[in-house]
Design a protein around this ligand. Sequence first.
Ligand code: C5P
Length: 233
Amino acid sequence: MRIAIDGPASSGKSSVGQRVADELGFRFLDTGLLYRAITRRAIDLGWFIAPTTAADVASERYAQVRSDLTDLARETDAQGSKSSFTMVIGGYSLTESQLEAADVELFVPAVASIASVRDALRAVQRNVAARGGSVLAGRDIGTVVLPDAECKIFLDATAEARASRRALQRGYLIGSEEHKSILASLVARDAEDRARPVAPLVAAADAVTIHTDKLELADVVQRVVAQARKVAR
Ligand code: C5P
């Protein structure tokens, strides 16, 4: 059984996916970490010096960066087992705090818009899913990575609800500058993820959409588990 969970930034995909996987004894991969890992490495290598959008990386002057990012993607792996995967690029492991940094969120949609990067990462994701019961969370799992997944979920919530949740998780007050900047960053990232021509953020036609604004995490988990059990019958 493969469970695909897609949705916009901070819609709860990884919290839900992790808990669903624990409950069912499945492995869980948060596929956003793969895109974040490549972006982190590229920033650290000095490849992005100015704000860079998907439109920039599509241009001729970024041809070399596109090719270098694709090479990085080919060296990228998710190593581990069950629910704990570490992102490794050419033997270099990245920690979660390195992947969650704000600069990564600024550049990651541009990196994720490159078709050849996505092609290379698709193999890593399918490899994890091929090893038995699995839950994969991302943007294009139900549409592109695992189009024949048995159970597809699209988690949705308003940008305001998502930004508030994330601000509280990080210990910021609602209405604070940090909260405002989280909201602005979510909105910008979603817009780029939805607009890109390759594997845009969209619900698969056969996905069950769950609006999470008014739901507790445990309720969302139970709905996903119930859907997985229903399709397994
Ligand atoms: O889920 P997370 O916020 O960590 O994803 C970071 C970024 O990686 C997204 O904004 C998106 O650009 C990209 N991504 C993607 N496809 C996926 C997972 C993430 O394009 N399956």
